[in-house]
Write a protein that binds this ligand. Structure first.
Ligand code: SF4
Ligand code: SF4
Length: 117
């Protein structure tokens, strides 16, 4: 089971990032979240979501969803690109189990763009 993304339903509100930051730091901070928005510098309206796990990054982007192994990404492969680099040093998603809650990012998303499968 993991958090997955329906990127075409995401509006970029960042509530999932804030919820995850609060999960880790008990503060509304974006810098520690295991989930983050992915934007392509060359395309103005391009928006996706990245979720970091222990093994990979789940990339939900307009062209589709895929899991990219962390090793591949660090070698320059996969589709994360420069936008994915900040998340590599963060905690991996623990499905909010360490605080005994259901996945908070999924619960807070107002557009049902996140789900567990
Ligand atoms: S399930 Fe919890 S730890 Fe995982 S990305 Fe969502 S808020 Fe963060
Ligand atoms: S809470 Fe939902 S709509 Fe908002 S940025 Fe996260 S995935 Fe997108």
């Amino acid at each position: 089971m993991r958090v997955k993304v329906k990127p075409m339903d995401c509006t970029g509100c960042a509530l999932c990032e804030l919820a995850c930051g609060f999960h880790w730091d008990e503060a509304f901070s974006l810098i520690s979240a295991s989930i983050m928005q992915y934007r392509a510098e060359e395309k103005k309206d391009y928006l996706g979501i990245i979720v970091k796990t222990e093994e990979d990054l789940f990339l939900g982007r307009p062209e589709g969803a895929e899991a990219v192994k962390l090793g591949e990404l660090q070698k320059g492969g996969g589709g994360g690109g420069a936008s994915a680099k900040p998340i590599l040093i963060r905690e991996a998603c623990d499905m909010c189990e360490s605080v005994g809650k259901d996945p908070q990012c999924v619960a807070i998303c107002p557009h049902d763009a996140l789900y567990v499968e």
